[in-house]
Design a protein around this ligand. Sequence first.
Ligand SMILES: [Ca+2]
Ligand SMILES: [Ca+2]
Length: 257
Amino acid sequence: MIGSAAPGGQRVLDLGCGRGGLAVALHARGLSGRAVRIAVLDSGFKLVHDALVSLVNDSRIIAARDFVHADTSVADDSLDVPGQESHGTQVLATLGGLAPGHVVGPAFGAEFILAKTEDIGSETPVEEDHYVAALEWADSLGADILTSSLSYDFGYVMDGTQGISTQAANTAASRGILLVTAMGNSGPAPLTLGAPADAFGILAVGAVKRAIRKYYEQKGSTPSWLPNELTFEEKQALEEEELAKKLSKRLKAADEK
Ligand SMILES: [Ca+2]
Ligand SMILES: [Ca+2]
């Protein structure tokens, strides 16, 4: 459901899950990604999903391309492993989904370019080729931001120059595009970064919650400011609330400059 009006006339949306403090802080300031064009590179996208259907109805998906099967349908194909589209659907819904009461992404007002580049049935270098082709395609469509929860490890030394996706990411950054990408699934040990997270001038993001979960499970304790008696979900909510407070402070400080 739609909530009350917030400062600046922005709607306050019911995020449903009771978390997402960072998104609430941004929405309350009138920030929803409006007029920003974001390219998402992933395994495919189920556009009939409840969280995504409004993107289609509002004509905010301006282009879609399947680089794996060379067509324009980014949902599961007959040759795909069933569920191929699942990961990309989750990423897109987290970023820009709009199903008040269930999930509302921080960038629910943005335009999206969707690229299916990842084949979940294999891990081969051609997928990194798809990734680079998708970067070039998204650039040609005027993408402001490129985002990918993907990672490549084909024996590259992570020095910011070797991976072909890293080289493409360097070029994207030099053209003024912000690339946001995952660091990989193997951290936090040294030498676990995957391309293109080592590129220069990009934003590489680690799995904060997974790290927190691992910390709790392995250490059997919590950060000092989180009471031990809370459930894991309650700790997550507090962690996000704390991050939201920090973000609000930073936004306020930026306004005052
Ligand atoms: Ca297809
Ligand atoms: Ca793969």
